[in-house]
Design a protein around this ligand. Structure first.
Ligand SMILES: NC(=O)c1ccc[n+]([C@@H]2O[C@H](COP(=O)([O-])OP(=O)(O)OC[C@H]3O[C@@H](n4cnc5c(N)ncnc54)[C@H](OP(=O)(O)O)[C@@H]3O)[C@@H](O)[C@H]2O)c1
Length: 260
């Protein structure tokens, strides 16, 4: 169990990729703090982890709210004393429309969740990570940050911004024992976000949501979607000492979409 004794915060842990990461970390021995807005979902994941013999604490919070970010970190310290791993996974896709049809308030909401939330939580955990001379931050970005797709301008910009923040955090933390990396999934078709995106694309441009999913899968070299568990495996690797020399990187877990 390579994460034994580690304390991890996973945002967006109620379902999808965040749930898979939280369960994988707990199975590897970490104590996990599960943050999201929907209490029923994080409570259910905490029960699943507990039933499997792991340790997890749910905290209902909105990462777009600065005070809620503080409550997440406090919950981790109250329950487990410190934080060794922060996974900034909570995210929303936002408007599925051309840029000229995006309202500035919609743009701001996507930035507040996907980018400012990650900034705020990182800022809150870093002083203690520096003091203990160890820590890992993982930011979940997207192939959309590096490839060029239509109708997700706010999402793509937020994820590209998060890659930039990953570089800066890695540079600032590298000599203080803190590693910071990003994970860039391709189409994880099994999640709510992906289902909603395919539904909105089908409404916006016409066509069938299942056919859109198949197109997304065929846009990878492997010709298939990624699973939440495959993303969680990469998160586990990067969070563990197996990745002790890896920092400032964006690991593409996309079946072959992006090659840099
Ligand atoms: N699925 C894909 O194809 C794909 C591809 C590339 C990247 N990603 C990225 O992977 C991450 C997880 O996505 P997913 O596909 O697993 O989506 P999902 O199933 O919709 O899960 C998103 C999670 O984030 C939480 N969340 C959303 N807004 C939040 C907020 N303001 N505060 C706190 N928690 C919030 C959600 O819970 P609540 O709604 O209850 O708050 C939920 O637990 C996202 O960052 C996404 O951009 C996904």
């Amino acid at each position: 169990m390579l994460l034994e004794g580690q304390v991890a915060i996973v945002t967006g842990a109620g379902r999808g990729i965040g749930r898979a990461i939280a369960k994988r970390f707990a199975a590897e021995g970490a104590s996990v703090v599960l943050a999201a807005r929907t209490a029923a979902e994080i409570d259910a994941v905490a029960r699943e982890i507990g039933a499997a013999g792991g340790k997890a604490v749910p905290i209902t919070a909105d990462v777009a709210q600065i005070a809620d970010c503080g409550r997440i970190v406090k919950a981790a310290r109250d329950a487990f004393g410190t934080v060794h791993i922060l996974v900034n996974n909570a995210g929303i896709y936002g408007p599925v429309r051309p840029v000229e049809q995006i309202d500035p308030a919609e743009w701001d909401e996507v930035m507040a969740v996907n980018l400012r939330g990650a900034f705020q939580l990182s800022a809150l955990v870093l002083p203690q990570m520096y003091a203990q001379k160890s820590g890992v931050i993982l930011n979940v970005v997207s192939a959309a940050a590096k490839a060029a797709y239509q109708w997700g301008g706010a999402y793509a910009a937020s994820k590209a911004g998060l890659i930039g923040l990953t570089h800066t955090l890695a540079a600032e933390g590298a000599r203080k024992g803190v590693r910071v990396n990003a994970i860039s999934p391709g189409p994880v078709l099994e999640t709510d976000m992906s289902r909603r995106l395919r539904g909105e694309l089908a409404n916006f441009r016409g066509g069938d949501s299942a056919a859109i999913g198949e197109q997304m899968a065929q846009g990878t070299l492997q010709g298939r979607p990624q699973t939440a568990d495959e993303i969680a495996s990469t998160a586990f690797f990067l969070a563990s000492d197996l990745a002790s020399a890896i920092t400032g990187q964006t690991v593409n877990v996309d079946g072959g979409i992006v090659f840099y």
